[in-house]
Design a protein around this ligand. Structure first.
Ligand code: ASP
Length: 584
């Protein structure tokens, strides 16, 4: 038996008991005649004591030579501490050690194993197994476990069946590049790793599984934007014989359950917002509604004066910054520089101070009088003491820019409280999205999403206007889930593929299996997938997902601990009949 108790377990009620503990040396304090050692395991820290009077000399010496992170086992008696430590649960007691075994020595760790460590991100990733010993990472992983347990409990109780789907598959188009795996047994052929189990879960519906879920790894070979991982986890779900409303209710139920069980927060019905409204009011399809600062469109009140910049713009739009009139000229100039940074890309910013006496002072006073500016204030909901920030230009660009400014200002104003939860359904996404690069429409969600009833005909005349039965679940300004009602008949699916530019042969080669399945009695179905990593991070009150992933990759998609990706040897290449043709 390595241990009778954990290092987080012993209390005053255990005094005089003989116990055996095992763990890591967090730190030791050697006063010569007395040595204290903090022994740590997953459950906590227990103080060990060795002293000249009661500890044999040989053991005293052994204790004095314990290094940080040595793995030891001790047996001893629980005694009352002379000076108690109210900050830790075991702070009333210590162990007077009678037997000390060094199970393993340890090199000095390259960073301190403390809550606030001196190790930077890179070194911590390289020695992630040491990082995991630290409370913030350890607790995040335990938190993640709790969330996934609750997901499984809830969905199982609701009659969902967890089914595993394969990882070695053929490509599913979810908008990213596939990771591919060469097949040795089928020379010259490749598997793709799933971007999601999308087609498989639809086939499970054809197979009659009715209510499916899976906590599953997905793989997307994207250029990694901040806080994305090439492999990530979804709670993937699908239901048959359902309408959109059934799906929203089912997964709103799951989210509500998580918020209650994990965060102790009870939320009634989640609000819903149309995609078009989200874009108009927040410039964003995942608005953070913990705070206001809604957009006010100003075309009507700001155009047709003499200000050419606004007159030539597709959209003039502003927000009211609460209390922003207190900003100095210098601070406003800094804001202007902020929106002009290439990451945001605005050409400039017009502003209007709302003075306490009800007057206005704008940066374009030459063109707008007090009555005009009063209309700006009305449109943006600005009150005395606020600052109106106005951007103009191409509609889509300007919305994205003002949305970035809104989020930045909210951050600065402390309006993004991580302990407040504001879920929101965003509904009726467009079916298609224009891609500048290829100059054609792509499926905004994926090609299996069904258009809204009666809108299929619009495809021919006004494709950008077609709305889909597609929805996202947003939490605190992050998309935590998304899904759709699917097309479930071969004819519509073929039409969709055709519209998206697949020839009949291509569609057949890539998705013949799905089209065939649709000919054998496919039920109406739909579903959604949550991004588990992000969901866990947000429930945990954080926005970066890395600490909630045991072994994450860095921004270049590398695992710096195992040093992957890495070349493979020539023999492996030969077996696969592959030759490298590296450019540099
Ligand atoms: N497969 C989709 C995704 O990964 C989710 C869904 O439509 O259910 O985004």
């Amino acid at each position: 038996m390595y241990r009778s108790h954990t290092c987080g377990e012993l209390r005053a009620s255990h005094i005089n008991k003989e116990v055996t503990l095992a763990g890591w040396v967090q730190k030791s304090r050697d006063k010569g005649f007395i040595v204290w050692v903090d022994l740590r395991d997953r459950y906590g820290i227990t103080q060990l004591v060795f002293d000249e009077e009661r500890t044999p000399k040989a053991m005293m010496e052994k204790a004095q030579n314990l290094g940080r992170e040595f793995v030891i086992q001790v047996t001893g008696t629980v005694i009352e501490r002379a000076s108690k430590n109210p900050n830790i649960p075991t702070g009333d007691i210590e162990i007077l050690v009678s037997e000390l075994i060094v199970l393993n020595e340890a090199l000095l760790p390259p960073f301190t194993i403390e809550d606030k460590t001196d190790g930077g991100e890179d070194i911590r990733m390289k020695y992630r197994y040491l990082d995991i010993r630290r409370n913030p990472v350890k607790n995040s992983l335990i938190f993640r476990h709790k969330v996934t347990q609750e997901v499984r409990n809830y969905l199982s109780k609701e009659g969902f069946i967890e089914v595993e789907t394969p990882y070695l598959i053929k490509s599913t188009p979810e908008g990213a590049r596939d990771f591919v795996v060469p097949s040795r047994m089928n020379q010259g052929q490749f598997y793709a790793l799933p971007q999601s189990p999308q087609t498989f879960k639809q086939l499970l519906m054809v197979g009659g599984m009715d209510k499916y879920f899976q906590i599953v790894k997905c793989f997307r070979d994207e250029d990694l934007r901040a806080d994305r991982q090439p492999e990530f986890t979804q709670i993937d779900c699908e239901m048959a014989f359902v309408e959109q409303e059934d799906i929203l209710n089912a997964f709103e139920g799951l989210t509500r359950h998580l918020l209650k069980e994990v965060n102790g927060v009870e939320i009634d019905q989640f609000p819903r917002m149309l995609y078009d409204d989200a874009m108009r009011l927040y410039g964003n399809d995942k608005p953070d509604i913990r705070f206001g600062m809604e957009f006010g469109e100003l075309n009507e009140v700001a155009q047709h004066k003499d200000f050419g910049v606004f007159n030539s713009a597709e959209l003039v739009v502003g927000i009211a910054v609460p209390g922003g009139n207190a900003y100095t000229r210098k601070e406003i100039d800094q804001l202007i520089d902020w929106v002009k940074r290439p990451q945001v890309g605005a050409l400039g910013m017009v502003y209007c101070r709302c003075n306490d006496d009800g007057t206005y002072k704008s940066s374009v006073d030459k063109f707008y009088d007090q009555d005009d500016l009063a209309k700006w204030a009305e449109a943006t909901g600005a009150k005395a003491g606020d600052l109106i920030c106005v951007l103009s230009g191409d509609k889509n660009k300007v919305r994205a820019q003002l949305s970035a400014l809104r989020m930045e200002l909210a951050e600065r104003l402390g309006l993004r409280n991580p302990n407040e939860f504001a879920p929101l359904w965003v509904m009726d996404f467009p079916l298609l999205e224009w891609d500048e690069e290829t100059e054609r429409y792509h499926a905004m969600h994926h090609p299996f999403t069904s258009p809204k009833p009666g809108q299929l005909e619009l495809l021919a005349t006004n494709p950008g206007e077609v709305k889909a039965n597609a929805y996202d679940l947003v939490l605190n300004g992050n998309e935590i889930g998304g899904g759709s009602i699917r097309i479930h008949d071969k004819k519509t699916q073929a039409l969709m593929f055709d519209y998206l530019g697949f020839t009949e042969e291509e569609a057949k080669a890539q998705f013949g299996f799905l089209m065939n399945a649709f000919e054998y009695g496919a039920p109406p179905h739909g579903g959604l997938a949550f991004g588990l990593d992000r969901l866990v991070a947000i429930l945990g009150g954080q926005e970066t997902i890395r600490d909630f992933i045991a072994f994450p990759k860095n921004n270049a998609g590398r695992d710096v601990m195992i040093d992957a990706p890495a070349p493979i040897d020539n023999k492996q290449l030969e077996e696969l009949s592959l030759k490298l043709n590296l450019k540099s």
